[in-house]
Design a binder for this molecule. Sequence first.
Ligand code: 13P
Length: 389
Amino acid sequence: MACKLNAASSQWIGQQSFTQRNGSSTRLSTRRVSFPIQAKAYTDELIQTAKTIASPGRGILAIDESNATAGKRLASIGLDNTEVNRQAYRQLLLTTPGLGEYISGSILFEETLYQSTTDGKKFVDVLREQEIVPGIKVDKGLVPLPGSNNESWCQGLDGLASRSAEYYKQGARFAKWRTVVSVPCGPSALAVKEAAWGLARYAAISQDNGLVPIVEPEILLDGDHPIERTLEVAEKVWAEVFYYLAENNVVFEGILLKPSMVTPGAEHKEKASPEAIAKHTLTVLRRRVPPAVPGIMFLSGGQSEVEATLNLNAMNQSPNPWHVSFSYARALQNSVLKTWQGRPENVEAAQQALLIRAKANSLAQLGRYSAEGEAEEAKKGMFVKGYTY
Ligand code: 13P
């Protein structure tokens, strides 16, 4: 089948030399192999968006909990899971004065992307005024993966292109897709391949529609394995992810990664120090992530607020080829929820609690954080077995 060339196509496989038989003699000839890789309309914008998000001293506030997960958060402070309560909570977070100093992007759930404050201002505009880039969770969640060791795969590719185009129109400029890999379940080669391929297809579709894809294969904390085992699994997972990202012609300068930190399993007998976690995590990243990638934005994965900040700080003690920062949900929101308790008179104090965490992580991004004076509440772990998002 002849392939119509896009005039803007500039990348080719080839200018390749190959041997051609000509009667009895063999001669070398140079031919252009016509496999155009479509130049992406949004490339410059994607690169700029990724750079803005990966700017010094800033990271991502993830508030993209599905309605079911948001319900669990609200239930922890005795609130019903209604749209009004979800709006009130997200309004509290997003209207925090001064948030933009520490936060460069915020991942929203679809409901919030299309929602406004109680005074009628769109949440996307609230964010833009603080120079925070609005993002959107686009995956449709995890379901069992038949033929695996009780593992899962992430749904959401069907219709993703048209959904992404709509999200862009609504103001989103980056996307997130979270899939998981379980160490105690193997992981099986099938589950790793499926996770990597799904992430790569999603990334290509997002870029095609102007959204910077956050690539998030979360290696779950569940298990009693040592840190070395997590390292081994992370190496395998990231190798496959980058292999398929390249196969799908994803522009590396226009993506962001969201890895889990390399830690021992949550039920392992010994805890690891921030220095050990930083050493193992950076080892994997240096081996697997090209410096073309602008930013590594870690998830917190059930670590306590202080642990997540200390570990990030340890990773920024010497220069890295990429911006190493945060994209936390639980590790930015826990103290906020506890302070708020659903009461209007606590909103200001809850916003202060968010600023304290955001500033601490901003300092950790710059390698200048100290845990001195941190509240006891911020040191409590939040690990939940088999956590869903
Ligand atoms: P946690 O920081 O709570 O692990 O959330 C990760 C996430 O994917 C949110 O977007």
